[in-house]
Design a protein around this ligand. Structure first.
Ligand code: SAH
Ligand code: SF4
Ligand code: F3S
Length: 456
């Protein structure tokens, strides 16, 4: 049994407590918000004397920060938990915790096997040190209360470096799309104060970060309750406060993609010209069943406005195929929309029914083989569109923010364009380049999803 220090929350002043000799390894699954949440959890743990383990093999505590968005996301976690069994055999004192959306959804069910010691939902991360302490003493716990106010605004996330940082500006979602678990796993919408996000951005720049992504399930719902400032105001304020910082955001909802937001993006050169605007389906009938609250016509109007003000702005999307009652005609409408808009990229999924959502009650009547066939079709169409778009990039010079060596070939650097395309480059002056540099690169050829070039 370990003597734990008094529990403290990490503020800028108390970000690190003396080590208590115990190490934590956290694995993140799911979306970028989960990645940022893991940094928040590690911030809280470090402030309580824990240190980061190099690998799960030598950790005293293993935390899985999980996703519940689709059944296969949860299957992956169950498999990982099975695998962790042998860690527990070799280290009987090992503490295993399940955090995140799956923890919130499955709650005490996760304690059914003796493997899991603690289950903590997204709004209870301040309690992780306390609960880990209890687990070290042999008791098991579930903490899954959702909050209407928790934003972890005062917690300093433990970031691992690199050129890019993420920060959650709001939490939760009130949209209740009928297929989606997020409103149940993350609770009601709430936002951080504008000034604290601006201050954090300045601090990140001072500590060497060159890019920040403002995160939320639906960032357009951001609202500073004191001042009434909205997401466009926040974007403009951050862009002005740190004019050389690249600013990105994700995700916006098509219903709330306002002219004001599009104007703000166009006005500031450091707001990256990339909009991720999930459409989900090209059929109005399906969009209505999904409670997406917009029509295909509205959606196209938003994309047209974006392209009108920012012709080079990249657009990406999410698509669900095989939603309940989806016909071949509905599917064809999705294909037509993809061909019309010509996205730079798309995340495409087969529909996965989630218990307790409205769509769960509608049934799951599209057979798996039909879903898979439709998915394969849209993936094929999207790949061809992306290939054609990328071909036009040959000869174009981009400013690339370097984020590390290329995975395939360590003699090449890898980075991203303003439009969020991955660029790999080599050349004579490559030796003098470092993570965080902005390098002008001329594209010479393209691989599937990557642009390949030389410094220009
Ligand atoms: N808040 C974001 C999306 C968050 S979830 C938005 O509304 O745009 C990321 C993506 O997962 C969704 O856009 C959707 O395409 C997909 N998704 C969510 N629930 C799903 C389900 N039950 N089955 C399949 N895909 C799903
Ligand atoms: Fe889910 Fe819809 Fe909220 Fe996105 S906007 S998180 S899809 S409920
Ligand atoms: Fe998954 Fe939760 Fe994110 S369900 S996608 S980790 S908000």
């Amino acid at each position: 049994m370990v003597e734990l220090p008094v529990l403290v929350q990490p503020t800028a002043q108390t970000a690190e407590a003396p080590s208590n000799g115990l190490t934590v390894f956290v694995e993140s699954y799911g979306c970028q918000m989960n990645t940022n949440d893991s940094e928040i959890v590690m911030g809280v743990m470090h402030a309580n004397g824990y240190r980061t383990a190099g690998s799960p093999d030598d950790a005293d505590v293993i935390l899985l920060n999980t996703c519940a968005i689709r059944d296969n996301a949860e299957k992956k976690i169950h498999e990982r938990l099975m695998h962790l069994k042998h860690f527990k055999k070799t280290n009987r004192d090992l503490v295993v915790g399940v955090l995140g959306c799956m923890a919130e959804r499955l709650r005490a069910d996760l304690l059914e096997t003796t493997l899991v010691d603690l289950v903590v939902g997204p709004d209870e991360y301040r309690r992780v040190p306390e609960l880990v302490g209890e687990a070290l003493g042999g008791s098991r716990s579930v903490a899954v209360k959702l909050s209407r106010t928790e934003t972890y605004d005062d917690v300093v996330p433990l970031r691992t470096g690199g050129a890019s940082a993420w920060t959650s500006i709001m939490r939760g979602c009130d949209k209740f799309c009928t297929f989606c678990v997020v409103p149940f796993t993350r609770g009601r919408e709430r936002s951080r104060p504008l000034q604290s996000i601006v201050d954090e951005t300045k601090g990140l720049w001072d500590s060497g970060f060159k890019e920040i992504t403002l995160l939320g399930q639906n960032v357009n719902s951001y609202r500073d309750i004191e001042s009434g400032y909205d997401f466009s105001d926040l974007l403009a304020a951050t862009a002005r406060a740190v004019p050389s910082m690249r600013i990105r955001y994700s995700t916006s909802h098509p219903q709330d993609m306002s002219d004001k937001l599009i104007n703000t993006m166009a006005e500031h050169s450091n707001i990256c010209k990339h909009v991720h605007l999930p459409v989900q389906s090209g059929s109005n009938r399906i969009l209505e069943l999904m409670n997406r609250t917009y029509t295909v016509e509205h959606y196209i109007g938003r994309i047209e406005r974006i392209k009108e003000l920012m012709p080079d702005c990249a657009t990406t999307t999410d698509i669900i195929t095989g939603f309940c009652t989806e016909t071949e005609e509905d599917h064809q409408r999705t294909i037509d929309l993809m061909k019309h808009i010509r996205y730079e990229g798309a995340y495409m999924f087969t529909y996965s029914p989630r218990e307790n959502t409205k769509a769960w009650k509608l049934g799951d009547d599209v057979p798996d083989e039909v879903k898979s066939r439709r998915l394969a079709e849209i993936i094929e169409i999207q790949s061809e569109i992306a290939r054609q778009i990328n071909t036009k990039e040959v000869g174009v010079v981009h400013e690339v923010l370097v984020d590390g060596p290329s995975k395939r070939d360590a003699s090449h650097w890898k980075g991203r364009t303003d439009t969020n395309k991955i660029v790999v480059f080599s050349g004579e002056n490559v030796a003098s380049c470092a993570v965080g540099d902005v390098v002008r690169v001329k594209v010479e050829r393209t691989n599937k999803a990557t642009l390949v070039g030389i410094p220009y």
